[in-house]
Design a protein. Structure first.
Length: 126
């Protein structure tokens, strides 16, 4: 029974982590046109003893933001350029799909473990 409860905990931690990843992807997409915005990256940390996963310390993507030429922009310098963002929408969409599919896989594992525990309890009642 301990294996079933640990599998529930592992699946639940995976779903929590993927939910946080989707939140960061959403923030990145929402700020894709914000000048000077740096993309947020959330690394995964594995807990070796329990097998669960957690979100690591969120950091900013070190890649330089794109320089955008628009002399009429209020942030433009004397040369007409301002710092854009380093968010790539294709990368964010791919990350969102990966997080969604990982969430769904964890959800299926959680449901399978729950159904197995339910079956065990029904067998023990008889």
């Amino acid at each position: 029974m301990a294996d079933l409860t640990s599998s529930l905990a592992i699946s639940a931690s995976g779903m929590r982590m993927q939910t946080a990843r989707i939140r960061f992807v959403s923030e990145n997409i929402a700020n894709a046109d914000t000048p000077g915005y740096h993309r947020k990256i959330a690394p995964v940390q594995n807990e070796r003893d329990s097998g669960t996963v957690e979100l690591g310390r969120v950091r900013l993507d070190p890649k330089e933001p794109a320089r955008v030429y628009d002399p009429s922009h209020p942030l433009a310098g004397a040369d007409g350029y301002y710092l854009g963002t380093n968010v790539n929408l294709m990368t964010e969409i791919a990350d969102a799909r990966e997080a969604q599919r990982s969430y769904e896989a964890n959800l299926k594992m959680f449901d399978q473990s729950r159904q197995m525990a339910k079956s065990i309890f029904e067998l023990l009642r008889k």
